[in-house]
Write a protein that binds this ligand. Structure first.
Ligand code: PBG
Length: 324
């Protein structure tokens, strides 16, 4: 393998050649677009740290879903901003909740989009933690039934895929059992299996009004320094019945995406999170980077690392750029 017999530049000469030998072909087919549902009608409030992303009432969500579908994006994931919060997040499983209403409205509009719902308590508890608090701790087991109830309410409203993001132990099994008991055995689970305790969730917590009011999430989300533990988390979630698994955030954890892809035989997703999006937007606004080029490079990198599914706020822009 030596020069001058071998000249790798031969295959880089023209775009036709480069296109023919390209190893990763980024497509919109694996994109999931995250959306934030709030109460009211005709509400469309931009999230200041996430230009282009809005908190929206159900009617507006449906409109944007039409656009998402027309761009060839197969799925959305919904997050709820409830009317009220309490210590146990009871409104999270109300059939009258904002997410449940949004799912019904999307279904009613006859859209083919896959509707995925984030299942967690942090948006619904007044303390902002992802589980209930007992004796000053985030209590694991008492949280499981609330999560399962929430998942069931989403399935009843018409969700296709349930995505638990709370990082409580045993939640995938609890959700699977509850869904099956109510004849929702065909609703799949996309587990946030390896979710790290990350600084990159900052803008999301503004968007979802879900910042913890005290303390942090280190007792349930993963330590950024750990890789072997991610493999254990993924193995457990698959054993408990997860159909697909996710690594989150994406960019500082591409090594984890690759390891999970190599080790397990289920579809693997990566969540290109709010802070990753906000950094790109801020730099682009300052004229410091070429947004289109950087976004497509980032998404290609995530796919190349092994994620066939990418949750990203860039989905609509990227779909447009990939079309043209
Ligand atoms: C809920 C949840 C979070 C995100 C997705 N689901 C926030 C958190 O754990 O604090 C983050 C998404 C993003 O930053 O884009 N637990």
């Amino acid at each position: 393998m030596s020069f001058p017999t071998h000249r790798p530049r031969r295959l880089r000469r023209t775009e036709a050649l480069r296109g023919m030998v390209r190893e990763t072909r980024l497509t919109t087919a694996g994109f999931i677009y995250p959306m934030f549902v709030c109460p009211g009608t005709k509400v469309r409030q931009e999230v200041s740290s996430m230009p282009g992303v809005h908190q929206q009432s159900v009617d507006q969500i449906v409109e944007e879903c039409r656009e998402v579908e027309s761009l060839g994006i197969p799925a959305v994931i919904l997050f709820g901003l409830p009317e009220s919060k309490d210590p146990r997040g009871a409104i999270s499983y109300s059939p009258e909740g904002v997410v449940q209403k949004a799912i019904e409205a999307i279904r009613k509009a006859g859209l083919q989009l896959l509707v995925i719902t984030d299942v967690c308590l942090c948006e619904y508890t007044d303390h902002g933690h992802c589980g209930v608090i007992e004796r000053g701790e985030i209590a694991n087991d008492p949280t499981l039934d609330i999560l399962a109830q929430q998942a069931l309410s989403h399935a009843r409203a018409g969700a296709d895929i349930i995505a638990p993001s709370d990082m409580m132990d045993g939640r995938v099994a609890a959700i699977r059992k509850k869904l099956d008991q109510h004849n929702f055995e065909n609703i799949s689970i996309l587990a946030y299996a390896a979710k790290y305790c990350s600084g990159f969730y900052g803008p999301f917590r503004e968007a979802a009004q879900s910042a913890p009011q005290h303390g942090d999430r280190r007792s349930y989300q993963m330590d950024p320094a750990n890789a072997r533990e991610a493999l254990k988390e993924v193995a457990l979630d698959i054993e408990e019945g997860a159909d697909m698994v996710m690594v989150k955030p994406a960019l500082p954890y591409l090594d984890i995406v690759r390891m999970v892809r190599d080790r397990f035989d289920v579809p693997v997703g990566a969540y290109n999170v709010s802070g990753e999006y906000a950094m790109v937007k801020a730099a682009a606004r300052n004229g410091w980077i070429d947004e289109k080029r950087v976004v497509l490079e980032i998404l290609t990198g995530i796919q190349r690392a092994g994620a066939g599914i990418i949750l990203t706020y860039h989905a609509k822009d990227a779909a447009r750029w990939l079309k043209s």
